[in-house]
Design a protein around this ligand. Structure first.
Ligand code: NAP
Length: 322
């Protein structure tokens, strides 16, 4: 067990938010550990080019991940590769963070930056053809579909951006959306509409993903207005219909929004004192790298103040003379 007398803060997750929190914790001379189940970088590792991080007009996701990791380590980040299984706040205000490798880390504060997992369509064939046509990551799997026809499902930033990316490999990309307009940002939509390899199929919901022994072959659709059924031949379906925040690690009730994202105050503290949330786990208007690192900066600095207040609250009160 790594005791609370040794740690000030435990950072859960090593994406941009976690790495930035670790950097600021180091600069604030907080004793911290960052626990990440894989290679640090989070969603940066699922993104090829990043064009919207100030100071970097065009940078590879994995390159930015390496730079952020090196920066955090320079300020003393202690990155442990392990999977957090539970976070519990005890009555004494100390958090016990248990991991798959059997460690229990203890500290008076936690910054949760565990990101999210892709939402599933939950249609027949999705599980069956996962890895054989069905994908949730264009950068990881796009190159397997050179010269093929693909379907992208969704109408948010991820779907619209990744459809554009997939056209570098695919000969044709259909974007299947359940409504007649995208919720994606206008600049991404403009890029998509200007791409001659992309065709948008409006008002269609996926019923089923069909295929054979070699993998997926078609996307079965239904029109959301008329109920008419149709079939779209495609060798792959890239599903981008949102993310589910990884908040299940916290074993007590935390106030969250209807989609499950944690609600914080302006210091990033959740409804559990000492538990902070930053990045994709947090309820907010948008989820960008810039907002993730902004959240993390606020959270790490707020933790410093929280710990100072806690220390003065717990210090023995001076006796007033008689
Ligand atoms: P999102 O914005 O929540 O969009 C999800 C899309 O999937 C919506 O168009 C939604 O349709 C559709 N959808 C949801 N459930 C569906 C279902 N069961 N069947 C069919 N369609 C379904 O999610 P996202 O695109 O993953 O983005 C998540 C966050 O990351 C956003 O805040 C986004 O701005 C950010 N992001 C930013 C960038 C960037 O700026 N470069 C890139 C990726 C992500 P409706 O529109 O009808 O609800």
């Amino acid at each position: 067990m790594i005791s609370s007398s040794e740690l000030d803060v435990i950072i859960v997750g090593g994406g941009p938010a976690g790495l930035c929190a670790a950097m600021y914790a180091g600069r604030g001379l907080l004793r911290s550990v960052l626990i990440e189940r894989g290679v640090p970088g989070g969603e940066l590792l699922n993104t090829e080019w990043i064009d919207d991080y100030p100071g970097f007009e065009h940078v590879l996701g994995r390159q930015l991940a390496d730079l952020m990791t090196a920066h955090a380590v320079k300020f003393g980040a202690d990155i442990r590769q392990d999977t957090v299984e539970s976070i519990v706040r005890r009555d004494d205000g100390i958090f016990a963070v248990a991991t798959a490798l059997g460690q229990v880390y203890e500290a008076p504060s936690v910054i949760l930056t565990a990101g999210g997992t892709p939402t599933k369509l939950e249609v027949p064939g999705e599980v069956e053809y996962a890895g054989r046509g069905v994908s949730y990551c264009a950068v990881c799997d796009g190159a397997f579909f050179k010269g093929e026809t693909l379907a992208v499902i969704g109408g948010g930033d991820a779907a619209v951006e990744e459809a554009d990316y997939l056209t570098r490999y695919a000969k044709k990309v259909y974007v299947v959306h359940r409504r007649d307009q995208f919720r994606a940002s206008k600049i991404l939509q403009e890029r998509l509409f200007a791409n001659p390899k992309i065709e948008v199929i409006w008002n269609k919901q996926v019923r089923e993903l069909k295929g054979g022994p070699a993998g997926m072959q078609s996307v079965e659709l239904v029109d959301t207005e008329t109920g008419t059924k149709s079939s779209l031949a495609a060798a792959g379906a890239f599903i981008f219909i949102g993310f589910r925040p990884n908040t299940g690690l916290v074993k007590q009730h935390v106030v969250h929004d209807p989609a499950g994202y944690l609600i914080t105050d302006d210091r990033m503290m959740t409804s559990i004192p000492g538990l902070y949330a930053a990045g994709d786990v947090r309820s907010q208007l948008t989820r960008q790298i810039t907002t993730a690192v902004g959240d993390a900066t606020t959270a790490a600095i707020a933790v410093e103040k929280y710990l100072a207040d806690r220390k003065s609250r717990l210090a023995p009160k001076a006796q007033v003379g008689v």
